[in-house]
Every structure is written in structure tokens, then in C-alpha cells.
Design a protein around this ligand. Structure first.
Ligand code: ZN
Length: 216
């Protein structure tokens, strides 16, 4: 059965306070859930994602019906008008940028970088490409593409395809901003964005669970 909102769906990603592992929990928000990695019982439900991420995902759901995140592949929604397709593209890129920043902030916290240094690093790497190609390897000690390959092993999601679509979508969005009316998006851009939302969310969870968890 489709979930009512992305907010509900994203609330099901829990962060283990003991080891930092993020896991998907389908049970209602009750205390006492056990982390599948370190088996510590949580004192209270500890959602991993910040509300802004759910809000942006919910904006996309206003144009496209929310898919059931447990079903692969998700059902293809009907085509949209050009204006709505552009809205989806902008929301999708925004969602990806917030997810990336959310990850990078946690990576910097794990390294105990002072807040002013964290802000400077983000300010010095404003664009998605810079954050992925320069800041990510600095913080995680691995190139972005190699990290994506690492999380793709044993995953039902095609993270390499989603990661490359995310960067392409940012380029399309930038062209939209600079060329305005003269720019024509690929006809199926909204459909592609839609198909990559759930894998994009899973991608950042997978990166977290490799690079940002505490050693057991
Ligand atoms: Zn744990």
C-alpha cells in the first residue's frame, strides 16, 4: 500500500545512537528498537533525516503520486506538462543537494572540525560537482566514484546510474537557469527524476553506513 507522505517514509530511517548505523524500520515509532548492526536498543526513535529533506520530497509528491518504496521497480506515473516537469527537475536537484550537504555536515562532525571550518569548506565548495569531486574525497578519504562503486556491491539499487543521473540533472537545472526559455529539457526528465528519488535517498544512507559509522 502506498505510504501517505515522504515525511512518513523518511521517518522510518533511524540512526543508532550507539554505533551511528542508519537502518530502515517499518514498525511504528516506538522506543526500544534494536540496531541490526550493534544490537543496542534505542531509548527513543531517532530519525536520521532532517525535516527539510522530507518537505522537498513531499513537494515532488504533489506532482507525482508517491510510489511504494518497497516495490521494485516502482510504477511509472503519467507524463507531465513541461512546466511541471521543470518543477520536478528543480525539486529533485534541491533534494539531492540537501542530501549531499546533510551527509557532508555529518562527515565533518565525525572529524570534529570546528563549526567555522565546516562552514568555510561548504562555502569554498558551493557547487554539487565541487562537493562531490573535491570535498567528499577530502572528508572520506576516497574518490566519489570509488565510493559509489563500493556501495553498489550487494545493493538492489543501481547507485552508479543514480549518481551519474544526479550530476546530469544538476547540469540540466543549471542550463535551465542560464538559458531560460531557449532550453529544452529531455522529454522524460521528470520520469527519470521520479525513478531516481528512492535510490538517491538509499545512496546517501549507504554512504553513511560505510563512511560515517563508528567502529564496533
Ligand atoms: Zn548500532
Amino acid at each position: 500500500m502506498p505510504r501517505q507522505s515522504w515525511f512518513d517514509a523518511l521517518q522510518m530511517f533511524r540512526l543508532c545512537a550507539a554505533c551511528g548505523h542508519v537502518y530502515h524500520d517499518n514498525t511504528p515509532s516506538v522506543p526500544g528498537q534494536q540496531c541490526p548492526r550493534c544490537h543496542t536498543e534505542s531509548a527513543s526513535p531517532n530519525p536520521y533525516f532532517v525535516a527539510t529533506i522530507s518537505d522537498v520530497a513531499d513537494l515532488i509528491a504533489k506532482f507525482y503520486q508517491l510510489p511504494n518504496l518497497d516495490v521494485h521497480p516502482t510504477i511509472t506515473p503519467p507524463p507531465l506538462s513541461r512546466a511541471n516537469a521543470l518543477a520536478i527537475l528543480v525539486f529533485f536537484c534541491t533534494l539531492g543537494e540537501i542530501l549531499l550537504q546533510h551527509f557532508l555536515e555529518r562527515a565533518m562532525q565525525k572529524l570534529d572540525l570546528p563549526p567555522d571550518v565546516q562552514q568555510r569548506l561548504l562555502d569554498d565548495n558551493l557547487f554539487t560537482k565541487q562537493r562531490v569531486q573535491k570535498l567528499f574525497p577530502t572528508l572520506c578519504g576516497v574518490k566519489w566514484n570509488d565510493a559509489i562503486k563500493a556501495i553498489s556491491i550487494n545493493s538492489p539499487d543501481n547507485f552508479e546510474s543514480t549518481a551519474s543521473f544526479f550530476l546530469d540533472a544538476s547540469e540540466h537545472r543549471n542550463r535551465l537557469l542560464h538559458l531560460g526559455n531557449t532550453w529544452q529539457p529531455p522529454l522524460d526528465i521528470a520520469k527519470q527524476c521520479f525513478e531516481h528519488i528512492a535510490p538517491l535517498i538509499n545512496l546517501f544512507v549507504a554512504l553513511h553506513n560505510i563512511y560515517l559509522v563508528r567502529k564496533l
